[in-house]
Design a binder for this molecule. Structure first.
Ligand code: HEM
Length: 299
């Protein structure tokens, strides 16, 4: 009854589509269409073959407030960050769609089927097609996902366990654009200090700088490590923009905010060295309701 939407917990397939939308009119029609996403994915796979698709739809807290949709207390809109050198901007969007699976064409097809009936009442703010790169590496060449929770821990980290929003999740979405020429000017040992892990095999450095990426986001509170479930993928073209579509799910917003604060200098004044080589160009916090709550939104 309180099942999480299907994209949230399973290990993402090699292809994903991440879409941010702004609703310009007829929110009721858009909400009805949001109900249909899982059904469209199911029907598509019945016709074209099983692509082990996961699908999820979420809403910004501001959109929930405006349209009287229930969402958990303590979930707040994305707060932009700005340090002396780095920015994490907020993107004005209402709805977020996450599709993943074994086939890029079916992600495209499902999203197109879903969008067509509501095209006149929404603006697509950002549409990013992600793909697994090499052996699950970010375009910096480092393995991304080593410390992601596995097995049952994925559920425990990502999904609200009980209460009125059981089965829901909080998402942080940010598109990062990499400056690979600048990154590639660094020697491997210097890159490893920036990330905090070795490049070939992702082993944590013994002398990890606290301004390395892992040094910034591996955070303990009262002796307990903060955990999030990442569903990010690289995206883009060689001659155009490329980087990482960062997406993480968590049963509360707090760990996501603390990690961002730590990366962008709002915790102890120190910033993540990785941010000298990549720039966040979008940012949103979205509430991803359980399948039950999603159905209640149109009752
Ligand atoms: C770890 C890349 C943004 C949270 C890592 C690792 C890499 C990486 C290579 C090490 C391997 C691993 O454990 O996965 C990136 C890139 C980013 C990015 C390229 C953006 C361009 C973020 C953001 C957050 C975050 C925005 C959180 C708000 C984490 C966490 C870990 C991690 C929690 C695991 C740390 C640990 O406990 O060892 N990331 N990341 N990352 N990242 Fe990121």
């Amino acid at each position: 009854m309180t099942q999480a939407q299907s994209a949230i917990v399973p290990d993402g397939g090699p292809y994903a589509l991440y879409v941010m939308l702004k609703v310009t009119d007829d929110a009721a029609l858009v909400l009805q269409q949001c109900q249909r996403l899982a059904e469209i994915a199911k029907q598509t796979q019945e016709v074209f073959g099983d692509a082990q698709m996961g699908v999820a739809v979420g809403f910004s807290p501001a959109f929930c407030r405006t349209h009287g949709l229930a969402y958990p207390e303590g979930v707040t809109d994305f707060r932009p960050r700005e340090s002396r050198k780095h920015r994490a901007p907020h993107t004005d969007c209402d709805v977020f769609i996450h599709l993943h699976g074994l086939r890029h064409d079916l992600n495209f097809y499902v999203f197109q089927q879903w969008l067509t009936p509501i095209k006149k009442v929404v603006d697509v703010v950002d549409e990013t097609a992600g793909f697994r790169y090499l052996d699950a590496r970010d375009m910096t060449g480092f393995i991304d996902g080593t410390e992601n929770p596995q097995g049952l821990a994925r559920d425990a980290v990502a999904v609200i366990p009980d209460g009125p929003f059981a089965g829901g999740s909080v998402a942080l979405v940010q598109r990062y654009v990499h400056d690979l020429p600048a990154w590639e000017r660094l020697q491997q040992a210097a890159q490893e200090k920036v990330i905090g892990r070795t490049k070939p095999d992702s082993i944590e450095l013994e002398d990890m700088p606290d301004t390395s990426h892992v040094g910034r986001v591996d955070i303990k509170e009262n002796g307990v490590g903060l955990k999030i479930l990442r569903q990010s993928l690289p995206y883009g073209s060689v001659s155009g923009e490329h980087g990482l579509l960062f997406l993480a799910y968590c049963q509360q917003q707090h760990p996501l905010d603390v990690m961002l604060d730590s990366m962008f200098g709002e915790r102890d004044g120190k910033t993540d060295m990785m941010l000298s080589f990549t720039q966040a160009v979008t940012g949103a916090i979205m509430f991803m309701p359980s399948q039950t709550t999603l159905a209640q939104y149109v009752e």
